[in-house]
Design a protein around this ligand. Structure first.
Ligand code: GDP
Ligand code: MN
Length: 374
């Protein structure tokens, strides 16, 4: 799970890494109280789960409350679905450094990475002058030692107090990485102030999804989702994605689903949503269709190929889901796999012609979505 900057910074602060004084707000009304804490100038930082916010104009320095409120209003109204802003005291910085701890999955080791030139252009720098990025491998059983830290800070060409300060931050960042079960703990930029202090200007923390049960401090909240439907589904363990097109897809498994996606686009259609109707969810047709209907679509396309998930169970579930929800859009099915003869019979009795061929099902759904009735 990719966390918000303010959450990463909370973890940094708890592990002794200095971060700017800041207050999280969710509305314009909360700004005055935040400004009272940070003073001016302060930085309005849009809390969204993607990088490159500075270049997108989503990080703004403001000088007074009037400018601050007007700027916050434009951030909240932007196309990037900003629902939270971290208001932080502005840091008067002299330079920016890059620091990160992550996993080298191929080598099976942890790596500490650093660059003496941090900031918003780190991706360009990594592509054009990769030798400027210092990478130090750390054996996870051994942990971080002076040897690793020294190789990092000398490699970065640092000296004196700054060398010690950055080395200390690297050790603390490694601790954040381990205690949070992270896949990535990153500080970019690590500000160096004019009086030589180091402060984490930004924070990125990705926690391993398999460790979420060990990390109750990072609960799955509505903040991580664009819609109520996606949030509800995630809580129930039902994968749910929205795409803004026409065809709602109840499909089983990522392999078959990506294939059906390709077929939809190939046939000139667009997916509206994908709800997983397979694996542990194959018996949940009523709930799956309810979630499916929360996103507008012109047709529902059901494509499954069950092995352990039985086709007849899915067909019966689907018939029940139709009688419960009475969807107003047409439904195209291609439900196959274990016990499929029975699935065909069950659907036929309900007046549905179950298709044998996936391509045929997709082209029928695309035609129906385009208003070309079949
Ligand atoms: P990102 O673009 O999503 O990585 O967002 P950041 O939090 O890294 O902010 C982008 C850039 O804004 C930073 O690299 C800094 O150059 C600048 N910035 C952010 N906060 C401050 C601040 O307090 N003082 C100064 N001088 N620059 C800031
Ligand atoms: Mn950044």
């Amino acid at each position: 799970m990719n966390l918000f900057e303010y959450q990463a910074k909370e973890a940094f602060r708890e592990n002794g890494i200095a971060v700017p004084k800041g207050v999280l707000v969710r509305s314009i009304e909360e700004l005055d109280a935040a400004f009272a804490v940070t003073g001016f100038p302060c930085v309005l930082k849009s809390q969204i789960l993607r990088g490159g916010r500075g270049k997108l104009g989503l990080i703004k320095v403001v000088k007074n409350a009037i400018e601050g409120k007007a700027t916050a209003a434009t951030l909240f109204a932007s196309e990037h679905n900003v629902r939270m802003i971290l208001v932080e005291e502005a840091v008067d910085m002299a330079r920016e450094i890059y620091l990160a701890v992550t996993v080298d999955a191929v080598a099976g080791e942890m790596v500490i990475m650093g660059c003496a030139e941090g900031g918003v252009d780190i991706e360009t720098l990594a592509a054009e002058t990769p030798e400027k990025i210092i990478t130090i491998k750390v054996d996870i059983n051994e942990g971080i030692g002076s040897y690793h830290v020294n190789n990092l800070v000398y490699g970065l060409g640092l000296e004196g107090d700054l060398l010690k300060e950055v080395g200390a931050v690297a050790r603390k960042l490694y601790k954040v990485f381990r205690t949070c079960d992270a896949q990535l703990a990153e500080i970019n930029p690590l500000f160096v102030t004019r009086d030589g202090k180091v402060i984490a200007g930004d924070g990125k923390l990705i926690v391993d999804d398999n460790s979420m049960s060990r990390q109750p401090r990072f609960p799955l909240t509505r903040d991580f989702f664009d819609s109520d439907a996606e949030f509800e589904s995630a809580q129930e363990g039902i994968p749910y994605l929205t795409f803004g097109g026409d065809i709602a897809l109840m499909c089983a498994g990522s392999g078959l689903t990506t294939t059906v996606f390709d077929l939809i686009y190939d046939a000139g259609g667009t997916p509206a949503t994908y709800v997983d109707f397979g694996g542990p969810n194959y018996t949940k047709a009523v709930r799956t269709m309810e979630l499916c209907l929360k996103t507008p679509s012109k047709v529902i396309l059901v494509v499954t190929f069950g092995t352990i998930a039985r086709a007849d169970v899915m067909a019966r579930g689907l018939v029940e889901a139709i009688s419960v929800h009475k969807p107003s859009v047409p439904i195209v099915t291609c439900i196959r796999g274990t016990n499929e003869e029975e699935a065909f019979a069950v659907l036929k009795e309900a007046g549905i012609t179950n298709l044998i061929n996936t391509e045929e099902a997709v082209s029928m759904a695309v035609a129906l979505a385009a208003g070309r009735a079949q």
